[in-house]
Each structure stands twice: as C-alpha cells, then as structure tokens.
Design a protein around this ligand. Structure first.
Ligand code: NAD
Ligand code: MG
Length: 400
C-alpha cells in the first residue's frame, strides 16, 4: 500500500488526484490532505479518505473544523497554518507527495518533499519557476524522484528515454515543443482583450482548472511559466524550446530528436492521465479518462503564438533568458497582478503592464541566487507589483 500526501487536495489537481486514488483503494491510501480555506470540502474529503493528518492553512478555521472531525469520530489529526505544510510533505507514511498548491505558497512543502526523498509529483509550477534549482538539488541529495504533472512536461517526460535524469540535457534531443491551447482569447482582437473580464478569462475552452492558472492560460503567461519549467526540468536553453498553439489540446507536447524523429504524447485533455502516469510510473494505471477518439477529433491544428496580443509570453521568454532571480520576479509579479485582476482591481491588459514594469525596473545582482535571495526577490517583486496597482477608482490605478 502506497501512502500519498495530497497538498492542495481541494483544488482542481487535488480533486483529480483523489479521483484516481479513489479508483485504486487496493494500491493507494491518501495519508494527508491539505486546503487553504475550503474547510467544507476538506471535511468531506476527510470523511471519505480518513487520512492520518489534514491541514487547513487558514488557522482561523482550525478550531471549528477540528471539532467537526472529532464529532464525526474521525482519526484525522488536524494541523493549521502554511508553516506546517513542510511537516506534512515529510510525513513518514507518505511515500508519494502530490504538490498541487497554487503559487509560491507551495514552495516550502515542495522543497520539503524533495528533501525527504519522496516521489514528488509536481504540479506546482510556480515553485519550480522560483526555485527549481533548489528543488532539483534537494531531490538529488535525498534520492527523491520527481515526476512532472503539468500535462506538457509529463508528455515530454513520457517521450524521453526512461533513463533521463531531470535537470540534465537528454542525449540526442534537438528540441522540445510545448503545445498551448491558446486559451479562451486565442482569436480575440488586441482591443477586445484590453477589458476581458475574469469570468471570460476563466472560461477555458478545453481544460477545467483553478482560477489563477486559467487567467495565466488566457494571458499565455502559463506557457511562459511552462517554458521556464521545461528549461529547468529538461536542462535545455530557451532557444531549444518552442511554443506551438494547438487549439484541440490533444497533443500534449513533443520531443524532436537529432535523427528527425518527433515523439508526441496524445490523449484527452484530462489531468487524470498525467496524474495516473506519475502514480504508476514506470508501470501504467487506469485513470478513468475518456479514451481518445481520433476520428472524432478529426483534425489537429498548429499555429505560432502571437506575442503582440499576448505579451506575457514575451516577458517570460525574457525572464528565461535573463535567468538568475528574474523568473522568480516574473512569477511573483504575475501572482499579484492576477489576484488583482480576479478581484476587479486591475484590467486584463494591466496584468502585463504591472509585470513588465516590475521587470524593467529590476536591478539584478546576477549569478545563481540561493534560496534566501530568491525569497527576497519574491517579496520585493510582490511589493513593487502591489505599488503599481492602486485601489480601484483611483486615478493612479492602471487602466490600460
Ligand atoms: P486550484 O486553485 O484549483 O487549487 C489550489 C489548491 O491550493 C487548493 O487546494 C487550495 O486550497 C490550495 N491553496 C491555495 N492557496 C494556498 C495557500 N496560500 N496555502 C495553502 N494552500 C493553498 O489550482 P489548480 O488548478 O489545482 O492548480 C494547482 C497547481 O497545479 C498550480 O500551480 C497550477 O499551475 C498547476 N497546474 C494545474 C493544472 C490544472 O489542470 N488545474 C494543470 C497543470 C498545472
Ligand atoms: Mg500545462
């Protein structure tokens, strides 16, 4: 029986993970579950999976939830606060850790799982963009196995030789091609994009995801973060990673080899496939996903991304090239800008402006930053981004 800690269990990836675990009670046991504020859903998950430990990051919700768990006669011990997440990630009974918290809030637990020698199923791309080197180094030292969950990186992982070491350039690879759906605004004009609403941005045509990554998909920042993630995981320079818009979201990514072979991984757009792949690797596991019907799909289209309408991708490419702490700066400013957009304090076009302003004004110290320098850059970039976003209705507010 394999123990699995699901960090961010109430989110889109967390729920998909639990759905795969639910189908294989003979092989996997959810030993730990964590949520930010959704106590209702966390309670229901505890009733169903009876984990050893659960955590609610918002400590103000701890007492009421703990009482409910006790009243229901559950064995689950309830922890509170984000600072306790690393303890959950390093739990002795957790053989595997699913890192599915969104944003920099997932970094401490991702690092802890890597340091504790777990099989780390990593969906939390922001942690890799911020401090991927540290995550890989911790895994190397402890002997942890990292398997990417992001569908594109999981696809590339599946197309690489089985002996591939993450972080090192795979032999014989010429290029990696990351596919992107293009998001809900793929065919929108630049002027219509200016004032796209959060509801429109979160209505993704092919994937059903959390709100932050949905907005990132609409700006194409998601593909930018993924480019940095790929650079790190597959040890390739940004020039050898190509982004291709593929609206059907059926080809999840491709690897081109020096002999001209191109290997791709295909499947229905459903995150339970990469999750099951990572849980079972190197074997295979049924995931409950609808099998691909190529005749139904009928055609596969590919087009180049439009950096003019989607400047966030250009900013991410610049951050990937700059290296050092710039990816962390990009990701932190993006988190602040996307939150403001979702709360109606910033318009859609303002997201790119805020991130661009923070990056343009940034004085890099150069070199490879350690964890402390990354965290300092993250905090400073957040403060700078927040300064750029004035309260709604103020003349200083950015309305591009
Ligand atoms: P989501 O918003 O649906 O869920 C996020 C989870 O993290 C929730 O359980 C939430 O309670 C928890 N969380 C949020 N803030 C927290 C905090 N401050 N402290 C502790 N916990 C916190 O997001 P999602 O779509 O499931 O995405 C999760 C991660 O996976 C993201 O990094 C995203 O980029 C990545 N990812 C998601 C998908 C997808 O299809 N949803 C695909 C690829 C990668
Ligand atoms: Mg992805």
């Amino acid at each position: 029986m394999i123990g699995v800690a699901v960090l961010g269990s109430t989110g889109s990836i967390g729920e998909s993970t639990l759905d795969v675990l639910r189908q294989h009670p003979d092989r996997f046991r959810a030993v730990a579950l964590t949520a930010h504020r959704n106590a209702e859903r966390l309670f229901a998950q505890c009733v169903e999976f009876r984990p050893e430990v659960a955590l609610i990051a918002d400590a103000s919700l701890h007492a009421a939830l703990a009482a409910r768990l006790r009243a229901a006669g559950l064995p689950t011990k309830l922890l509170a606060g984000g600072d306790e997440l690393p303890a959950i990630a390093a739990l002795p009974s957790a053989d595997y850790v699913m890192a599915a918290i969104v944003g920099a809030a997932g970094l401490n637990s991702t690092l802890a799982a890597a340091g504790a020698g777990k099989r780390l199923l990593i969906a939390n791309k922001e942690a890799l963009v911020m401090a991927g080197r540290q995550v890989l180094a911790a895994a190397r030292q402890s002997g942890a196995t990292i398997i990417p969950i992001d569908s594109e990186h999981n696809a590339v992982f599946q197309c690489l030789p089985s002996a591939t070491v993450l972080g090192a350039e795979p032999p014989g690879v010429r290029r990696v091609m990351l596919t992107a759906s293009g998001g809900p605004f793929r065919s929108w004009s630049a002027s219509a994009l200016q004032n796209a609403t959060p509801e429109q941005a979160c209505a993704h045509p092919t994937w059903n995801m959390g709100r932050k990554i949905s907005v990132d998909s609409a700006t194409l920042m998601n593909k930018g973060l993924e480019l940095i993630e790929a650079q790190l995981l597959f040890g390739l320079p940004v020039e050898r990673i190509e982004v291709v818009i593929h609206p059907q979201s059926v080809v999840h990514s491709l690897v081109e080899y020096i002999d001209g072979s191109v290997l791709a991984q295909l499947g229905s757009p459903d995150m339970r496939t990469p999750i099951a792949q990572a849980l079972a690797w190197p074997q295979r596991l049924a995931s409950g996903v609808q099998f691909l019907d190529l005749l139904q799909v009928a055609r596969l289209d590919f087009e180049p991304p439009d950096l003019g309408r989607f400047p966030c991708l250009g900013l991410a490419i610049a951050a990937a090239r700059a290296g050092a702490e710039m990816p962390a700066v990009l990701s932190a400013a993006n988190e602040v800008a996307v939150e403001a957009f979702l709360e109606g304090r910033l318009n859609f076009a303002g997201i790119e402006q805020v991130i661009g302003d923070v990056m343009n004004g940034w004085l890099s110290t150069g070199g490879t930053p350690g964890l402390e320098a990354v965290l300092a850059a993250d905090a400073r970039a957040r403060a700078l981004a927040a300064e750029r976003i004035a309260p709604a209705n103020s003349p200083r507010s950015i309305r591009a």
